[in-house]
Design a protein around this ligand. Structure first.
Ligand code: ADE
Ligand code: ZN
Length: 335
């Protein structure tokens, strides 16, 4: 099954580019930019990646991002991720970035976007990987900061397809950003939000109703509310689930307890994604493998995650058709 999963065409919809910063690159950039990091070796860094909840991870994640200073740094970070995509046959990826994690440190919005976007353009021609960019607001910061970030994005609107919401879920309800999301929608952005990762099923309701989101990022706590699950099935609302992340952040204690395969079999549009692969121990293939190892599936079920992701993606219908045909062809060949 490893070979089938490795070469299966994939689409990633939940990936924080700052979460792809591998310790090796972190050290290299820290040295190049003369930034102090509180680790003496790569082993020490990996040791620190022992999280007990979302917040304990976020503290390390924001600290890691401090080594990113120049456009070239953002380019190299993104390019390294795209090379990993190629290994895992990820054909299309929709990437989150957290501008406020950088602008708060005095790095300009333009430096961040131009570095990331440069690598995405290169990947289209050199790797045959297509992509979209989603700008996330940090929910632990205030509404004013989010409005300011939306204004900074204005000149880069052609490079950004959607806005999202991430960082500390509990204590920072979706309603805090209702007005910012309303303006973003008026400006033509699509909207997504992290909800029901650590927070309750009611947070998913709130994000759907107040932020008009087209996808729920994580959303695994939906199973606490049977009616919500029915609604997600009826509306084909996609969930961008991140299995290894959920394990590392103790959303589920064991992969055997994860609800992703149950949700798939019920007809929810669930997808598999890597979230912050450098921190959570795996990219796309690793996530598929981990789920299948704990909760064995047949090949049609495994490929359904790709069909769901194609359906849930923000690409044109003609492009969706092209990816679906490639995936079906692969499945037919390997039955
Ligand atoms: N930022 C990066 N990864 C995140 C996650 N899993 N949840 C919330 N915010 C994040
Ligand atoms: Zn996430």
């Amino acid at each position: 099954m490893k070979e089938f999963i490795q070469s299966l065409p994939k689409v990633e919809l939940h990936l924080h580019i700052e979460g792809t910063l591998e310790p090796e690159l972190m050290f290299e950039l820290a040295k190049r930019n003369d930034i102090h990091i509180p680790f003496n070796s790569i082993t020490e860094v990996r040791h620190a990646y022992n999280f007990h909840n979302l917040q304990s991870f976020l503290d390390i994640y924001f600290q890691g991002a401090n080594v990113l200073i120049n456009e070239q740094d953002f380019f190299e970070l993104t390019w390294a991720y795209l090379l990993r995509c190629k290994e895992d046959n990820v054909m299309h990826t929709e990437i989150f970035f957290d501008p406020q994690a950088h602008t708060e440190r005095g790095i300009s919005f333009d430096v961040v976007v131009n570095g990331i976007h440069g690598a995405l353009v290169k990947a289209t021609t050199e790797l045959g990987i297509t992509s979209e960019l989603i700008m996330c607001f940090l929910r632990h910061l205030d509404e004013e900061s989010a409005f300011k970030t939306l204004a900074q994005a204005q000149v880069h609107k052609d490079k950004i397809i959607a806005v999202g919401l991430d960082s500390t879920e509990v204590g920072n309800p979706a309603g805090k950003f209702e007005r910012v999301f309303k303006l973003a929608l008026e400006q033509g952005y699509l909207t997504v939000a992290h909800a029901g990762e650590e927070g309750s099923a009611s947070n998913i309701h709130e994000a759907l109703n107040l932020l008009k989101i087209t996808r729920v990022d994580h959303g695994v706590r939906c199973t606490d509310d049977e009616n919500l699950v029915k609604q997600l099935i009826n509306d084909r609302t996609p969930l961008t689930v991140c299995p290894l992340s959920n394990l590392k952040l103790k959303v589920f204690e064991h992969m055997e307890q994860h609800n992703i395969v149950t949700l798939l079999r019920k007809g929810v549009c669930v997808t598999i994604n890597s979230d912050d692969p450098a921190y959570f121990g795996g990219y796309m293939t690793d996530n598929f493998m981990a789920v299948n190892q704990a909760l064995p599936m047949n090949k049609i079920e495994i490929a359904q995650f790709t069909f769901n992701a194609i359906e849930a993606s923000f690409i044109a219908n003609s492009e969706k058709q092209r990816l679906a045909t490639a995936t079906q062809g692969y499945l037919d060949q390997h039955q």
